[in-house]
Design a protein around this ligand. Structure first.
Ligand code: ADP
Length: 366
């Protein structure tokens, strides 16, 4: 059982910089948890505290039911994979992968078979005699992962391991690490600033900002029910569109009216916005809920009128950038439907039932 539990964990660096604040999380055995957030939000610091590479200012971290605050990194039964690979340049791939086991005085035969089997799993069996300098970025990253695997740790920690790879390799390694997770049956904690990586890899995702957890949820729950404006804007590509305004009643109907005059009639399913008290709110609409086939399918959906500034054809879909009053709105539609041109003024239906609403002051979900 390799559960990892963080309780009220806080990290204050010497310069009084509070990097992580009141971090509470229970990571289940064999779970794949991703920490995601913008640079500087405290992801790496949290991971390094779990690894034992950074002291914990207050709170406790337990691995396998045992508090490890005072346990040395080498005794925590964890293995960490770093962004810069951290390979020894003067050692061969074999020696790099075998290094940790040699230090622990494993028998030579066992080291050999562990390294060979890990190399096989990662498809680097024929590179064992090479030095890291003679490997591509992707191959080096595999060696770094291999070095972690041979130790058979109960918890794998990954710190932005794919950031130095090109886009294609990154996607490939993403799948490989997920596959490894299923076959190794280990707990994995993975740090990234890339929301796509988080969404595609995590069983659960921890969204962080300024040292605080914003939300912990499974990928689709995060996407469909972001707890606040930050998570709503951080998860999803292109970013959610936001409008500040209020709900008003007029002629028996309810409308969202933005501060700069955009008015959208609310559907019947947004009944939680009935009554008063919604004068100062934020409405969020994902790009795919504007102008797409699903948005068009409901004839009662309101429309947003705007002028097209930019069109980005991406193959299966198209991003359309509209100016509407003071707003720059992004719509994401399927290819092959209505064709639009730059400069055109269009009316795009909004799937209003899929809109998200936040309090403008607290930015929390309504
Ligand atoms: P992330 O991994 O999310 O980019 P970090 O955990 O590296 O963020 O950093 C969190 C905060 O702690 C940042 O403000 C960063 O500047 C600060 N920080 C990180 N390492 C140190 C350090 N060794 N000394 C002082 N401040 C640090």
């Amino acid at each position: 059982m390799a559960e990892v539990i963080l309780k009220n964990v806080k990290k204050v660096y010497d310069n009084k910089n509070v990097a992580v604040n009141d971090f509470n999380l229970e990571i289940k055995d064999k779970e794949f948890v991703v920490f995601v957030g913008p640079s500087g939000c405290g992801k790496s610091t949290t991971l390094r505290m779990i690894a034992g590479l950074e002291e914990i200012t207050s709170g406790t971290i337990s691995i396998d039911g045992k508090v490890v605050n005072e346990v040395l990194p080498k005794d925590r039964n964890i293995a960490m994979v770093f962004q810069n690979y951290a390979l020894y340049p003067h050692m061969s791939v074999f020696e790099n992968m075998a290094f940790g086991l040699k230090l622990r005085k494993f028998p030579k035969k066992e080291i050999e078979s562990s390294v060979k089997s890990a190399a096989e799993i990662l498809g680097i069996g024929d590179l064992l005699n090479r030095r890291p300098g003679a490997l591509s970025g992707g191959q080096r990253q595999r060696v770094a992962v291999g070095r972690a695997i041979v130790r058979k740790p109960s918890v794998f920690l990954f710190d932005e391991p794919l950031s130095n790879l090109d886009a294609k390799l990154r996607t490939q390694m993403r799948t490989e690490i997920k596959r490894l997770h299923s076959s190794l049956n280990a707990t994995m904690i993975y740090v990234t600033h890339d929301q796509t990586e988080a969404m595609t890899m995590g069983d659960r995702i921890v969204v962080m900002k300024d040292g605080f957890i914003q939300q912990v949820a499974e990928p689709l729950e995060l996407y469909n029910k972001p707890a606040n404006k930050f998570t709503a804007g951080f998860i999803g590509m292109p970013q959610m569109n936001f409008f500040y305004g209020s709900i008003i009643n007029s002629g028996g109907d309810r409308f969202f009216k933005s501060d700069d005059g955009i008015s959208l009639k609310l559907g019947n399913d947004l009944t939680f916005l009935s009554g008063s008290g919604y004068e100062n709110i934020i409405m969020g609409i994902r790009p795919e809920e504007i102008g797409s086939l699903t948005a068009k399918s409901n004839s009662t959906n309101p429309v947003i009128k705007g002028r097209i500034d930019v069109i980005e054809p991406l193959g299966s879909e198209i991003y359309i950038y509209l100016t509407c009053g003071k707003h720059e709105i992004i719509s994401r539609i399927e290819s092959g439907g209505t064709s639009y041109s730059v400069g055109e003024t269009v009316e795009l239906p909004v799937n209003i039932g899929k809109a998200h609403f936040f309090d403008a002051k607290t930015e929390n979900r309504l």
